[in-house]
Structure formats: C-alpha cells, structure tokens
Design a protein around this ligand. Structure first.
Ligand code: ZN
Length: 158
C-alpha cells in the first residue's frame, strides 16, 4: 500500500536543525497522521506521498514548507493584569492559546513589571529542518477519521 490521500500513516522521524542538533525524535512511539489534511507540515506531507512501509528517506525542508518564516508582527506586549493572578511568568516560558488562527504557541521573551512580551511565532519558524524518516504501517482511514480530519487511536477518542 502506498501513501496517498485518506491513508493513515505511522512513521518515525529524527528532526535536526541545520546545525545538526536533534530537536525532536519519535524514537519508538511513531507519529500517526491522515494524508491530505495538513496534519503535518507541508514539506513532509509532500515527501511522504507515494512512499511504502519500511521506506527510509532524508529530506531538508525550508521554513516556507515547515513552520513558516518569522514575522515580527507576531510579537506583542500584553499587560500583566491579563494573566491569571499568582502565576509566575518568566522569560522562556511557552504556552498554548486558542486564537482565531487555531492553536498557537507563545513564548515569553521579556517580562517587565506591568508588561509581558510574547512571541507568537512558532518556535521553529524560520528554521530549515532536516528529517530522517522511516515509514511504518499504512492503512485506509475510517469514515469517521476522514470526517474529523485526524487519526483515532484506541483509548484517545476525540
Ligand atoms: Zn475525532
């Protein structure tokens, strides 16, 4: 079975930045996605098209096909009072927030007495990424998975 739209694919990967540092690694816990729904970054989805179980490949993906280029407009200052009282906010903290554009990751880049500076760029925005990929099981997605646009893993219903 080849990877094409509406296939559920399991794969393992090692992700490195252009300096060769490992950023992420599925080890033996493969990632599952449905092909054709943007579950994974565009460059990786394109590279997986037509691959088969046990195929291995390396691919370099530019930011435009990964997490996008950095945009300074995504840096904003928020008043301290808008955060939950009693929560300590420190530089380098990351949190997720639901925005009009979907789930977004924010990184705290500066903390003043009254203002918190947040960077809403994805932490990997602007990075060229090197993936080493090994394809695992491939199966047809169920109708429910196709309707939801994501994979259903037993015990993790949603
Ligand atoms: Zn679902």
């Amino acid at each position: 079975m080849e990877i094409s739209n509406n296939k559920v694919v399991a794969f393992n990967y090692v992700l490195k930045n252009k300096d060769g540092e490992i950023l992420d690694n599925t080890e033996n816990e493969p990632l599952h996605y449905i092909h054709g729904y943007g579950n994974i970054i565009p460059g990786l989805e394109k590279a997986l098209l037509g691959k088969k179980k046990d195929d291995k490949f390396d691919i370099t993906i530019p930011p435009e096909e990964a997490y996008g280029i950095r945009d300074d407009a995504n840096v904003q200052k928020i008043e301290r009072a808008q955060f939950e009282p009693g929560v300590e906010i420190t530089e380098g903290m990351r949190f997720q927030s639901q925005t009009e554009a979907g789930m977004q990751i924010f990184t705290v880049i500066a903390v003043d007495d009254n203002l918190i500076t947040l960077d809403g760029n994805h932490p990997l925005a602007g990075e060229t990424l090197d993936f080493s990929v090994e394809v695992g099981e491939i199966r047809d997605a169920t109708e429910e998975e196709i309707q939801h646009g994501h994979v259903h893993i037993p015990g993790q219903e949603h």
